[in-house]
Design a protein around this ligand. Structure first.
Ligand SMILES: [Zn+2]
Length: 204
């Protein structure tokens, strides 16, 4: 009998299945789609999927959480800091990939701390390595980065463009493109600042 660990924080029960149970479940899924899990090409596929999940779903593992380096804002700068890059995630409705570019900016507090810029991509990658909604992903990235600055930065902005395979591969087969944005602090209050951020995005 599998032990059940109650997760008292959010009142859920989590059962960690054994590796054999996961292998069997993947085999069952192959049978469900009409495959023969024992044919040569598929023999090691369940095992490969388990190894791959460890990487693409590392966002559930608190020990893989990136350490966010921060520095004292010794120049007392309140200029916009901008970063952009790519992300890859999995949609929680279909467990299919969605991916695209993210555009991030923040304004540090003059008397506070600043982010090590290379850590932003790590935080994006970590938050994306879960079953996600694009909107929640944007918010979780900002929440994690804001917390690293003790929620003292003047404001954060993120725009995430995403191509959803669940839309491009199936159903209506539209392009599956979606853009979400999330703003806090001065970016939420100040339209001029948001426009500067959008101009930075258009320059990329
Ligand atoms: Zn989906």
């Amino acid at each position: 009998m599998e032990s059940i660990t109650p997760n008292t924080q959010d009142n859920k029960c989590t059962v960690k299945p054994s590796e054999q149970e996961i292998l069997n479940a993947i085999r069952t899924m192959m049978l469900a789609i009409g495959e023969d899990p024992d044919r040569e090409g598929l023999q090691n596929t369940p095992d490969r999927i388990i190894r791959m999940w460890q990487e693409i779903f590392r966002g559930y593992d608190a020990t893989k959480k990136p350490r966010i380096t921060t520095f004292k804002n010794s120049a007392h700068s309140t200029e916009m800091v901008f970063d952009c890059g790519e992300y890859y995630s999995m949609c929680e409705h279909h467990i299919l990939p969605f991916f695209g570019k993210y555009y991030f900016a923040y304004i540090p507090s003059a008397e506070g701390r600043i982010l090590g810029i290379s850590k932003i991509a790590r935080v994006v990658g970590y938050c994306a390595a879960r079953l996600q909604l694009q909107e929640r992903l944007a918010r979780e990235i900002i929440d994690m980065l804001s917390a690293a600055l003790d929620d003292k930065a003047e404001g954060f902005a993120i725009v995430m463009k995403g191509k959803h395979m669940c839309k491009t591969m199936r159903g209506v087969k539209n392009k599956g493109d979606m853009t979400v944005s999330y703003f806090t602090g001065c970016f939420k209050k100040n339209r001029q600042l948001r426009n500067e951020f959008f101009q930075m995005i258009n320059m990329q």
